[in-house]
Design a binder for this molecule. Structure first.
Ligand code: ADP
Ligand code: MG
Length: 346
């Protein structure tokens, strides 16, 4: 795997094992270190099964999806859903509040309008009116979560929840808890750029790569991490193709338009649902406001790349991120007050 590897060999008796499975539109990879008898493969397989079950409940399509039920009942009635979906929706709404609405899981109606340029619009961009109409349904404040009844209600017909900006991160967190709870403490999960690692005090850290958004297969740099999550959002892998070029699959809930400015945002945080939502939010807010948003999260750190090639790195990561030789035209700048909670690893 390009983005992640084991930094060094563990004790002699330790073995590195990995299992992959295609899921959620990407390849999920679980890597773990084992010693002794039990190999952990069974635990990993059951974890992947669980990830599959969770993702089909949170998907925008499919008969098993609770999210589809919620969307279909919008403006009509509350829908009873599983505790995991309630939990994720509540977490999404709190991240919406904390990012001033840059992350908004009700952006689905607008997302659908842009999605149409590829599906049936033959590349034609949506008219301003279509975008404005779709924006009418956006508003995370109008999602009701009732913990007692275990229901979710979208207050307006046509409103549409889309958890694409956070669900992968959440599922990775759940999977890591599942692995840890069954004895696999020294593990890495990579869900197509949503990475979470865990280790014990004795285990060597994992090496995590930061993808160069301008060149597939190249890294901007890498760093060592013992515990935590690293998530990258970018406009280089998933986008809508239409007249006049490519459009990001991330839309600004304030304007209804695909984001511009940043080409990628990598966020390091303790949990991957937080990193996932924040990476999306930073893409929406752009460099200046995005950085301002991120410094309000005391345990989140970022690496952002602007369209003009400038790479912004959190001051705290200065002694941690090992940058690859930069292509000409790229410059590196540092942001934020140094609040070193991350240990420099030499
Ligand atoms: P990736 O799909 O590469 O992991 P993201 O985590 O940024 O990237 O998620 C993008 C997805 O998030 C979109 O496909 C859409 O489902 C959803 N989305 C788009 N814009 C927003 C937004 N402003 N807030 C929340 N979710 C969004
Ligand atoms: Mg995201």
């Amino acid at each position: 795997c390009l983005l992640c590897s084991c930094s060094q060999k563990g004790p002699a008796e330790q073995r590195i094992r990995r299992i992959n499975r295609p899921m959620m539109g990407t390849l999920i990879e679980v890597v773990w270190r084992t010693t002794g008898e039990g190999t952990g493969a069974e635990v990993v397989r059951s974890t992947l099964d669980r990830m599959e079950a969770l993702s089909s409940r949170m998907s925008l399509h499919g008969p098993a999806s609770e999210l589809v039920e919620i969307n279909e009942a919008a403006g009509k009635e509350p829908v009873k859903v599983s505790p995991e979906l309630l939990d994720l929706i509540e977490k999404s709404l709190s991240l919406s509040r904390m990012t001033g609405g840059a992350f908004d899981p009700t952006v689905g109606s607008v997302e659908a309008v842009w999605g149409d340029i590829q599906r049936e619009g033959g590349g034609r961009l949506p008219g301003e009116e279509d975008v404005r109409d779709a924006l009418d349904w956006v508003g995370y404040e109008r999602v009701r979560v009732d913990w007692e009844m275990k229901t979710v209600f979208l207050e307006k017909e046509g409103r549409r929840l889309d958890l694409g900006g956070i669900a992968k991160g959440y599922i990775v967190d759940q999977a890591m808890a599942w692995l840890n709870g069954r004895g696999l403490r020294d593990a890495l999960i990579n869900a197509g750029g949503d990475i979470r690692v865990s280790g014990t005090a004795e285990s060597p850290p994992w090496r995590i790569g930061v993808q160069d958004p301008f060149e597939k297969g190249r890294l901007l740099g890498s760093f060592l991490l013992q515990q935590g999550a690293v998530v990258t959002s970018g406009t280089y892998e998933r986008y809508f193709e239409g007249e006049g070029g490519r459009f990001a699959h991330i839309v600004d809930p304030a304007t209804g338009r695909p984001v511009e400015g940043l080409v990628s945002a990598t966020v390091i945080a303790e949990e991957s649902f937080v990193a996932d939502a924040l990476a999306t939010a930073v893409m929406v807010k752009g460099r200046q406001e995005g950085l301002a948003t991120l410094v309000r999260f005391p345990t989140a750190r970022g690496v952002f790349v602007e369209r003009n090639g400038t790479i912004w790195v959190a001051e705290d990561l200065k002694n941690i991120l090992e940058l690859a030789p930069l292509p000409s035209g790229n410059t590196v700048r540092f942001y934020g007050p140094p609040v070193s909670f991350l240990l420099p690893i030499s």
